[in-house]
Design a binder for this molecule. Structure first.
Ligand code: 5GP
Ligand code: ZN
Length: 151
């Protein structure tokens, strides 16, 4: 049965927020982790396979808005998923990045942490210059990561 989730709003209206829509399962996403407060799914424009976004289910725009305890919960999951994503993708390294404000490169104004698998010699482009992956590619990558998360 499809799990429904209510999004609680901390700062602004969430009806049009793409990440709130993913939380409510109104928009498709390749979800790799979910609990009552946090959800993680694959970025639609991955730098490399396994590029993951971890978000609070509550709509906070930036690090300035989110309470410390909720940010701590997110980073506990970040730590766990960073290890699993690195293992699943055989990445040489993992970049963990969280952008606040347009000047910092933030594009979606619902706080999110990126886990980006990195390989020797590859530079980090601006995220908005990366092309979309297909849903099939994302689902296959999500499956590989979820298998590792279970074991
Ligand atoms: P920012 O630049 O705000 O740190 O990153 C936003 C990220 O959200 C981008 O890497 C972008 O590809 C990703 N993104 C934007 N819209 C969607 C979407 O509908 N689904 C998924 N899975 N990722 C999205
Ligand atoms: Zn939102």
């Amino acid at each position: 049965m499809r799990k429904t989730t209510q999004v609680t709003t901390a700062t602004t209206e969430t009806a049009s927020c793409i990440f709130c829509r993913i939380v409510r399962k109104e928009a498709p996403a390749s979800i790799i982790y979910e609990d009552d407060k946090v959800i993680a799914f694959l970025d639609i424009r991955p730098l490399n396979e396994g590029h993951t976004l971890i978000i609070p289910k509550t709509h906070y725009e930036t690090v300035y808005d989110i309470p410390e305890d909720q940010l701590s919960r997110i980073y506990k999951i970040v730590k766990r998923l960073a290890i699993v994503v690195k293992d699943a993708t055989k990445a040489d390294g993992i970049t963990i990045i969280q952008q606040n404000g347009h000047a910092a490169g933030q594009e979606v104004f619902h706080l999110h942490v990126h886990i980006v698998p990195r390989y020797e010699g590859q530079t980090l482009p601006h995220f908005r210059d990366i092309p979309n992956a297909s849903r099939e590619q994302l689902e296959q990558a999500a499956k590989r990561i979820k298998q590792r998360l279970k074991s």
